[in-house]
Design a protein around this ligand. Structure first.
Ligand code: GLV
Length: 358
């Protein structure tokens, strides 16, 4: 009996292949006994129901990890061999070793995320492997969650829920759990891409009257649409009441927020990170919160993920933490899954991959 089970969905014979039946077969027995001509596709996780059903309906040799955790790396290393396409998640490290273990037939790695910092792009390029991802479709879900985190951090949501649930709430107190509002405040957006813009638009509805942004380049259209001003990083830090990080992780943004950066921010500032944990020097953020350099933080991303339970960030009253769920709405995750399937089908049919990194 196998210690693990893979969900192997493969038409076991040409008759089965044409009738599009699926089989769940223990992996070893399967490898020993079922030859297949169908293209091998590996998926490190199951998708949401509709995209999963569509994937299963294809004539594929689909090897998928069915459990509620990532496919173990040693298994991925083994199963990727001979695959033509890989569907992965942001939590899978797709490095040189994995890409080379696949063999020269690997055409596509498609990640169910907009971020692709977990994939070795250089090796992919050298080996002519297309990288697929899911841009554009998670903007609203992630911007909504960013607003939630910003409000939660600004209004002591963590302490409030705890007080209500533990009996610490004994009476109305005029000065208790007073946070900050948005009216006539300044928002600083680090990385004004689709998500940054959607966050700014939403927070303007809460009363923000000035938007600063920092990134690779000025976007003149934002002056017109959002009255947003391109700023230096230091000016954004000094003038913003809310600093929201929406940039991708690159060598330029790695460790961007260190103690020095936090010390340039306002004492009443709220810092929110929904991009990648490594944009922040996490120990410096902890010190900045402990030293009251800033008023609070809201984090959907951190280092590592999941954050160990004994991490100091959890102990800080003024730090709200969510488990990297920016894009986690049913609608968005289904759409992301469908995009992965679209990418796989295009790659296997030698058509242009619709959602590919250029
Ligand atoms: C989420 O962080 C994503 O990259 O999709």
């Amino acid at each position: 009996m196998n210690a693990f089970r893979l969900l192997n969905i493969r038409a076991a014979s040409s008759a089965l292949r044409t009738s599009r039946q699926c089989k769940v077969i223990p992996v070893r027995a399967f490898h020993q006994s079922v030859p297949s001509l169908a293209a091998k596709v590996v998926s490190t996780r199951k998708l949401l129901p509709e995209s999963q059903a569509r994937l299963e309906a294809q004539d594929l040799d689909l090897v998928q990890w069915p459990e509620e955790r990532s496919m173990p790396r040693d298994l991925l290393l083994k199963e990727i061999k001979g695959a033509e396409a890989l569907i992965c998640m942001l939590s899978d490290k797709i490095d040189k070793e994995i890409l080379e273990a696949a063999g020269p037939q690997l055409k596509l790695v498609t990640t169910m995320s907009v971020g692709f910092d977990h994939i070795d792009l250089e090796t992919a390029r050298k080996n002519d492997i297309t990288i697929g991802y899911t841009p554009g479709v998670l903007t609203d879900a992630t911007a909504d969650l960013t607003v939630l985190l910003t409000l939660a951090a600004a209004r002591h949501m963590k302490q409030g829920i705890r007080a209500a649930e533990t009996g610490e709430w004994t009476e109305f107190r005029p000065d208790w759990l007073c946070g900050y509002q948005f009216t006539n405040k300044t928002l600083g957006v680090v990385g004004m891409g689709r998500i940054g813009e959607a966050v700014a638009r939403r927070l303007k509805a809460f009363g923000i009257n000035r938007v600063l942004y920092w990134g690779r380049k000025e976007k003149p259209a934002l002056k017109e649409s959002l009255n947003a001003e391109f700023s230096t990083f230091d000016n954004l830090l000094a003038e913003s009441d809310y600093v929201v990080t929406c940039c991708s992780l690159t060598p330029d943004t790695k460790d961007l927020f260190d103690y020095n950066a936090f010390s340039k921010m306002k004492k009443n500032a709220i810092f929110v990170n929904i991009s990648r944990g490594a944009v922040v020097q996490q120990d410096d953020l902890i010190r900045a919160l402990e030293d009251n350099l800033i008023a609070g933080a809201g984090l959907d991303v951190m280092t590592p993920e999941p954050l160990p339970l004994d991490n100091k960030l959890f102990k800080l009253k003024n730090c709200v933490i969510l488990p990297h769920i920016g894009s986690a709405t049913i609608e968005t995750r289904e759409t992301m899954g469908q995009m992965c399937v679209d990418n796989v089908l295009a790659a296997l049919n030698n058509k242009p991959v619709p959602y590919a990194l250029k």
